[in-house]
Ligand binder design. Structure first.
Ligand SMILES: [Zn+2]
Length: 269
């Protein structure tokens, strides 16, 4: 198998071009084609008494611990590295959740039920007036990371100063609201350039985190192949279809036999 992510990255860096994600992000997503709920299995035998089983619900299993075999590339020539996938032999996968638009207690409850750590790339304009909502995620160990102040998907075309302002503005907002500094950055829409990589490094962040798979409109989309691979970074959003998206991710994660682990811990960021 070729090392597609890095060869692609290398090609882009060689061109010095802004990278465009093949999988769109941060756009409005149709929820109409989300899978309709299906009725549970039925039986026409009379239930014996006492009823032996109850409806199975996902319960967090104690996650095995994995020793990371990955080293985050350093900042080079003042530019933060771009990570599209974590190259690892460990059977792990990473979940990132963006923007912060739809806020429902069910979201946290579902992550707890599945036992999934997550990385939250939040943007101030999407969070609205309720930054406190995400403190419960922080309490369970999830990190709040930088996804800009205003979510301008064209910021890659703006000046270096503008980009730096968007990144440092959100960095400082996170520090004020959550008491911790972000270490990772995700560009709105996924578009980045060398200027943006310089701005990310200048803001004191360690890397741009991209993705090659996403859960969207209740199904999985893969940039490479048709299943989750070890080290995949999966994107989803705080959207009304959060439950369907997470269920699609869960199905894929189970099918691939991978464990969801915390991105920051594994890459040392
Ligand atoms: Zn976004």
């Amino acid at each position: 198998m070729q090392d597609l992510p890095f060869s692609r990255r290398a090609a882009l860096l060689a061109l010095g071009a802004a990278a465009a994600p093949l999988l769109g992000a941060c756009s409005a997503s149709p929820s109409k084609d989300a899978a309709a709920p299906t009725p549970g299995p039925t039986t026409n035998r009379p239930a014996p008494s006492p009823t032996p089983t109850s409806t199975p619900t996902p319960t967090p299993k104690p996650s095995p611990t994995f020793t990371s075999d990955y080293k985050l590339p350093p900042i080079e020539d003042g530019m933060a590295p771009v990570v599209t996938r974590v190259i690892t032999k460990q059977p792990v996968v990473f979940l990132t959740i963006d923007d912060g638009l739809a806020k429902s207690p069910k979201e946290l409850q579902l992550l707890d039920q599945y036992g999934y750590p997550a990385t939250l790339f939040l943007t101030k304009s999407a969070m609205g007036e309720n930054p406190d909502f995400f403190k419960a995620f922080q309490k369970r160990g999830d990190h709040i990371q930088d996804h800009t102040i205003s979510h301008n998907t064209s910021m890659v075309n703006a000046s270096y100063e503008y980009q730096l302002g968007e990144i440092t503005g959100m960095r400082d907002y996170i520090k004020t609201e959550y008491g911790t500094a972000p270490t990772l950055f995700r560009p709105p829409g996924g578009f980045y350039s060398n200027a943006m990589r310089r701005a990310v490094a200048a803001a004191g962040l360690k890397a741009i985190i991209h993705w090659e798979c996403k859960a969207n409109a209740g199904r999985m989309d893969y940039q490479v192949g048709n299943s989750l691979r070890p080290g995949d970074i999966c994107l989803m959003h705080f959207r009304p279809e959060f439950e369907q998206d997470l269920a699609a991710f869960h199905k894929a994660q189970q099918a691939a036999g991978l464990t969801v682990v915390r991105l920051e811990d594994f890459i040392g960021a």
